[in-house]
Design a protein around this ligand. Structure first.
Ligand code: ZN
Length: 468
């Protein structure tokens, strides 16, 4: 009897397994989730120096969204997008530690991106000198409560996305949208006239990269898209996702059940112009969603299920540091932001010398052999996207800014030399002691090159490519 049972079991196992050479093709698994992160209580808004009171209401909700991707070999990554101005290194580390403890994600497998909406809340100590100069203890306590709430919500979104993982097909395409204007090289009041004349000056990055995730039935379950332009249409006292929020809402309405995730590109020197009305925010959101939909409705390139994730923090050099005497003098400055930064720097000096470098995050993911996705920290100017897309060969390059830690503006060598807000004065609002050193651009690009361009190998998924 035992012998017959053994034969039956053996036969069952033999027939259950495909014959050699006919293994079931490896497949992506994907899961996406969205959760509201609109502040549950009145609190201060982030992004503009001139704010003088907390938010007064809500135009649209703010969202944290998570997309978990798992390749044919079980390699995972999670993309988190947030309708926020920015997050600092401390919040980023705290979220990543939690995702590691709860779900085993390594740092390289987590990308945290923000939309840079300027109608979102203050988070942690990000942009400290800009905001803390106006916040009393009550408002600071509200910021701390919100930051805890945010971390809880992100963890919940990732847990849900993991739970929803199911076999999926992943494809990419690229559209374009033209409402971004280089704000350093065009006068804002003259933009309508310059646009009509075709006389707007760049550089710009009009690309709208799209990643589409579909379930076994071909239904869209997630759309990931990016655009290199500040989310600064709105500057009022209502919570809103600005144009990226409207674009995500439009796509989720058009594709029921789909989670739309937006990441900001290297648009630190780009503004959506003209601006300042809700209608304009809706209009640019609709333009962006229409561009994504044209990509989705067209022929997209299938991505075989292989995933490669990298992350490294590099010591990004600052210019020579100010002396203690110079900082002490700044505490008496008429400029409240300069004085606020100086007070913070003096506190830091109590603990030891200031750092001459900043641990700057560079992250690169490769999806199949098709797409290399570079995530850069800070407010990155468009020159980086132009350069990386030209120099990183072999695959389509996507460049996200505002990723993992928004610690400062990241000017190119050109913008640093030119100075101005993006090159110099914005460092005050972020609390860094001085401007970057000229070698920052080459240092960042070299690290992106190192991560993105190892020799192209034949991945386990390569054979599957033919079947897609
Ligand atoms: Zn900005």
């Amino acid at each position: 009897m035992r012998c017959i049972l053994l034969i039956v079991v053996t036969l069952a196992v033999m027939f259950a397994r495909p014959a050699a050479g006919q293994e079931a093709p490896a497949t992506w698994k994907a899961g996406a989730a969205a959760i509201v992160i609109t502040p549950p209580e009145p609190m201060w808004m982030a992004g503009y120096a001139g704010r003088d009171k907390p938010a007064e209401g809500k135009l649209t909700d703010l969202w944290a969204k998570a997309l978990v991707l798992e390749d044919g070999a079980g390699q995972r990554a999670v993309l988190v997008t947030l309708d926020l101005v920015g997050i600092g290194r401390d919040v980023s580390q705290s979220i990543c530690q939690r995702l590691e403890q709860q779900h085993g994600f390594e740092r390289r497998q987590i990308a945290l991106c923000v939309s840079h909406t300027h109608t979102g809340p203050v988070v942690g100590r990000n942009l400290g000198p800009m905001h803390y100069v106006r916040l009393d203890d009550t408002h600071r306590a509200a910021v701390d409560r919100y930051t805890d709430f945010l971390e809880d919500q992100v963890a919940a979104a990732v847990t849900e996305a993991l739970a929803k993982r199911a076999p999926a097909k992943v494809a990419w395409g690229s559209g374009s949208a033209t409402f971004a204007v280089n704000r350093r090289n065009n006068s804002e009041p003259r933009v309508p006239e310059l646009r009509a004349e075709g006389a707007l000056r760049g550089p710009v990055d009009y690309d709208v990269p799209v990643l589409a995730v579909r379930d076994g039935a071909g239904t869209l379950t997630a759309l990931v898209f990016g655009y290199a332009c500040h989310a600064t249409v709105l500057s009022f006292y209502q919570w809103s996702g600005d144009y990226p929020g409207f674009a995500q809402m439009e796509l989720e309405k058009a594709h029921p059940g789909c989670v739309a995730l937006f990441w900001a590109g290297c648009g630190a020197d780009q503004n959506p112009l003209p601006r300042r009305t809700v209608e304009k925010a809706q209009e640019y959101g609709a333009q962006l969603a229409a561009s994504v939909n044209r990509v989705v409705d067209g022929v997209m390139q299938s991505i075989p299920p292989s995933l490669n994730t990298n992350y490294r923090e590099i010591p990004l050099p600052l210019a020579p540091l100010p002396s203690r005497e110079e900082i002490a003098r700044d505490t008496q400055s008429d400029n409240p932001y300069v004085a606020s930064r100086a007070r913070t720097l003096l506190q830091q000096l109590e603990a030891g010398p200031l750092n001459a470098t900043y641990p700057y995050p560079v992250q690169c993911w490769r999806l199949g052999d098709e797409v290399q996705w570079v995530f850069l920290g800070g407010e990155v100017v468009v020159d980086y996207a132009v350069r990386l897309k030209a120099e990183l060969q072999g695959r389509r390059t996507w460049c996200a800014g505002y990723s993992n830690d928004v610690m400062a503006y990241i000017p190119s060598r050109r913008v640093l030399a030119e100075g101005g807000y993006e090159g110099a004065s914005s460092m005050i609002y972020y609390g860094l002691p001085t401007v970057w050193a000229p070698e920052l651009e080459d240092t960042i690009v070299a690290e992106a090159q190192r991560q993105a361009n190892p020799p192209v190998e034949t991945s386990p998924a390569a054979a599957h490519e033919l079947e897609e």
